[in-house]
Structure formats: structure tokens, C-alpha cells
Design a protein around this ligand. Structure first.
Ligand code: GUN
Length: 455
């Protein structure tokens, strides 16, 4: 029994240490140190296993998952607009530019009220945790104070949060009632956010980070984009934005700069290692190579993309190019806070991209061919892939990674996932969890070794 182990978890675990395959750790023991980091994974066939289980049991630090329960890594959601949570599931039948102007900006402007922000953000953070999401990259509203509240909500609830104040300063593109007063003010407030969030670190063993957050090029002036790029270099900070989401954004940026979104973002210093760019469905092979070269990540938002991008991210091609990709719910361009829904949609969208969908066209001309991803690959994106994009040691049950766990109960009377034991190989159990589980099945959630949800 190692001296620095504070908890040991006994149970059966699924995770994806490499893209394309899963590992099933049956009746394994995961030792977690005082910092909430995995110290060792002891497999059932390890000669020390039984003796260690007894020792941890006798010293009162053994946590048993129980029969019919499986541990999966906590999800990493790379793209959430926290201030759009009250709008989830609403108004998805409008084009992006109208949706922003008529629906979203009026809603986001309400976060000038810090009390309202506290209420909404506290609820969202809890709801995401309860669905197994332990790390989140958040867009706040354009208000500094409300965004500080968002970071605090993550710290208080024990969620690993990466939090940005949305910057949108262009008076020709944004309404007067909801925009940054000037480029200078926007950069100053972002610098202030960096200071305030970094000051929260001692209270957040799970981690909390500021994120430099230009909304997207069409809502920002050149001056603010340059200022934010400089700030990113100065602080070596995370950056997030939307990139190449759809035809409208693509054409707008091209008309303004004579170059596509990724090159414009790069030239402003915003496309960097661990920058998280949402959507990217229009990325060409050359632009994919640029992402791989700089180490930028993509937040793949397959539900939202069905509404606003009107296109499907070619995950298979981009992964083969070496691009880091994770999943994002994109609340509220995506209606669901549940990453399982995005895992499912990522698989289905890739199949439709491969085969095409218009049966009136001749079969060979319908789809792009060779684009499908498996549900296990989608699980990788939702966990290890997001971790890779952020450069954080989370997303799998391997020594040195933070212990972020969701416990899925497959034996509930109204949410049974056992399939009557007919198809019972580990891959079948995992597939049923990925395709069929509901939030009810998730009974406990741990972040950095600390239990944050118990239902
Ligand atoms: N999906 C989505 N795309 C955007 N592009 C700029 N802002 C937004 C947003 O809030 N949601």
C-alpha cells in the first residue's frame, strides 16, 4: 500500500487510451493520491490485487463501484456558451446571423445582471456535472463581472473550468446595447479576467483557467483581434473562438481579408497551440495541416453543425492529418447539455457524410466516402481527444492523469442497460452505455478525486 494513496476505487472501467480502441479494466483497482491524481492501476490478474483490496478496505479508503456499475472518464466539453443556457432547445430554425441578432444577443445582454448570471451559471455547472462532464471550456457573456461569476461557479462546484469573457467590439456588427465599449476596454477587461481567474487557482485543485475569447472574426475589429493576440502571447493563455463555421462566416472573412478564417486567426496571433476553435467544418486539407502544425484544437459540435454549419466536420480526414479534436455541445447552437448526445450525433453525421443523404442522386456521387467514425472513436473525442486539445492530463484512467470519473449504473428499473445479458461482451456493454444511457444512469461523478455528484 503506497503511502501517498488516499483513495482506491474498485470496479470495472472503460476508457480509450488510444484512438480507435477501448480498454476494459475488469475488477481493477485504481489508486488515487492526495492531489486527486491516479497513482497506479492494479489489474485483477496482478498478484498484489487481492491483498491491496483488503488493505484499502481495512483502512477505510476503498470505494467500490458495485455490481452492474461501470466507470468511464469524465467528459471534456470543449464548447459551451454558458450564457445561452436559458435558450437551449429554442429558436434553432433561424440562420446563424439572425439567430445571433434577434435571439442570442438580447439573451446574453441580460448577464449585465450579476445576480441573474450567478443563478444561471450555478445551475448549468451542476447540470453538466450531473451528466458526467468534468472539464468545460466556456464562453461567458461580454460582461467581465458575470464571467468572473462563471469561473467562481466552476470553482465552487468542483468542475474544471476554462472560462472566457466574450469579446465583440465592432459597432458595425453588434448592437449598441450589447458590445464592448472599445477595443482598448475589451483588451483591458480580458487582462483583468486573466488576473481574477488566476487568483482563484488556490481554491481550485481541479484547475481553473482564463481563456482569451474573441467571439468570431465578424464581430471583432482588427484592433481588438491584434490586442487579444498580443495578450495570448504575453500570458501564454488559452484562446477560443469560432472558425469556419458555415458559408456566411467563411465568405464574410474572405471578403474582409482576402484570406480564410484560419489564416486570419493565425495572422492575429490567435491560432496557437491549444487554441480551441469551434466547428471548423469548412477546413480544407491545407488548413487542416495548419492546425496540425500549430497544435490548435477543434471543438467538434455535431449537433449544432446540423443547424448552423449546414455541413459535417470531416473528423476522419482531419485526425489522419494529425489535428487534435474533441467534442463540444455548443449550448445553445446545440440543444443538448448531454455529451452522450454529441457522441451519438458525431457517429451518425460521419455516416451521412460518407454515404451522402440524397437518394435521388446516383450512389457514387452522393457522399464523400471513407468518413465514418465508430462510437468508440467518438468516446475518445469526448474524453482523451478533448484532453489532448487542451494539453491537460485528464480523459483516461492512466497513472499521472487526474481521476475524473462518472459511474454509470446499468441496472436501473426505468433505465436498464443490461440488454437481458444476451449480448454481453465488453464492447456490447460499452456500446449500450454510449448509445442508450440517460442522465439517470449516471449515479456519481468525481473530479480530481473529489466526489461532486451523488444521486
Ligand atoms: N454556434 C454559434 N456560432 C457563433 N458564431 C458567433 N457566435 C456564435 C454562437 O454564439 N454560436
Amino acid at each position: 500500500m503506497a503511502a501517498d494513496v488516499r483513495q482506491a476505487f474498485l470496479g470495472s472501467f472503460f476508457h480509450t487510451p488510444t484512438y480507435g480502441s477501448f480498454e476494459y479494466l475488469e475488477d481493477a483497482l485504481i489508486e488515487v493520491d492526495a492531489g486527486g491524481v491516479i497513482a497506479r492501476v492494479v489489474r485483477e490478474d496482478d498478484p498484489r490485487h487481492d491483498e491491496l483490496v483488503r488493505a484499502y478496505h481495512d483502512s477505510g479508503v476503498l470505494v467500490e463501484l458495485g455490481q452492474g456499475r461501470y466507470g468511464l472518464p469524465g467528459f471534456v466539453d470543449l464548447h459551451v456558451h454558458a450564457c445561452q443556457w436559458p435558450q437551449a432547445g429554442i429558436a434553432l430554425d433561424e440562420p446563424l446571423d439572425r439567430w445571433l441578432l434577434e435571439r442570442t444577443f438580447p439573451l446574453e445582454s441580460k448577464f449585465a445582471d450579476v445576480e441573474f448570471a450567478r443563478t444561471v451559471y450555478g445551475d448549468l455547472v451542476r447540470q453538466l456535472l450531473a451528466r458526467g462532464t468534468t472539464t468545460v471550456v466556456y464562453f461567458g457573456s461580454a460582461h467581465l463581472d458575470a464571467t468572473v461569476e462563471l469561473a467562481r461557479a466552476c470553482v465552487d462546484a468542483g468542475q474544471r473550468g476554462l472560462v472566457g469573457k466574450t469579446v465583440m467590439d465592432d459597432p458595425t456588427a453588434n448592437p449598441d446595447y450589447y458590445r464592448d465599449a472599445s477595443p482598448r476596454k475589451a483588451v483591458e477587461e480580458t487582462a483583468q479576467l486573466i488576473r481574477e481567474v488566476e487568483a482563484m487557482r488556490p481554491d481550485a485543485p481541479q484547475g481553473v483557467w482564463p481563456v482569451i475569447t474573441p467571439r468570431f472574426i465578424p464581430s471583432c475589429t482588427d484592433e481588438v483581434l491584434r490586442g487579444l493576440g498580443n495578450l495570448a502571447a504575453e500570458h501564454d493563455a488559452y484562446v477560443q473562438s469560432h472558425c469556419n463555421e458555415g458559408q456566411w462566416e467563411h465568405d464574410t472573412v474572405l471578403a474582409r481579408f482576402g484570406k480564410e478564417d484560419p489564416y486570419a486567426l493565425r495572422d492575429f496571433g490567435l491560432l496557437r497551440e491549444h487554441s480551441i476553435m469551434a466547428h471548423c467544418t469548412f477546413l480544407t486539407p491545407d488548413e487542416g495541416a495548419l492546425f496540425a502544425q500549430v497544435g490548435a484544437g477543434i471543438a467538434h459540435c455535431p449537433i449544432s453543425n446540423a443547424y448552423f454549419a449546414s455541413s459535417v466536420l470531416p473528423v476522419k480526414r482531419l485526425r489522419e492529418q494529425g489535428v487534435r479534436i474533441g467534442l463540444g455541445t455548443d449550448i445553445s447552437g446545440g440543444f443538448s447539455p448531454n455529451m452522450y448526445d454529441d457522441i451519438r450525433q458525431a457517429v451518425m453525421a460521419s455516416r451521412m457524410l460518407e454515404t451522402g443523404v440524397d437518394a435521388q442522386r446516383p450512389e457514387p456521387e452522393r457522399g464523400s466516402g471513407d468518413a465514418r467514425i465508430s462510437v468508440v472513436e467518438a468516446l475518445y473525442l469526448a474524453t482523451a481527444g478533448g484532453a489532448e486539445a487542451l494539453g491537460l492530463p485528464v480523459g483516461t484512467f492512466e497513472p499521472g492523469r487526474a481521476f475524473d470519473l462518472q459511474v454509470v449504473d446499468t441496472c436501473l428499473p426505468y433505465a436498464d442497460l443490461t440488454g437481458f445479458g444476451v449480448f454481453d461482451a465488453p464492447e456490447d456493454r460499452l456500446a449500450r452505455i454510449l448509445y442508450l444511457s440517460t442522465p439517470e444512469n449516471i449515479r456519481q461523478v468525481y473530479v480530481q478525486g473529489r466526489r461532486v455528484i451523488e444521486k
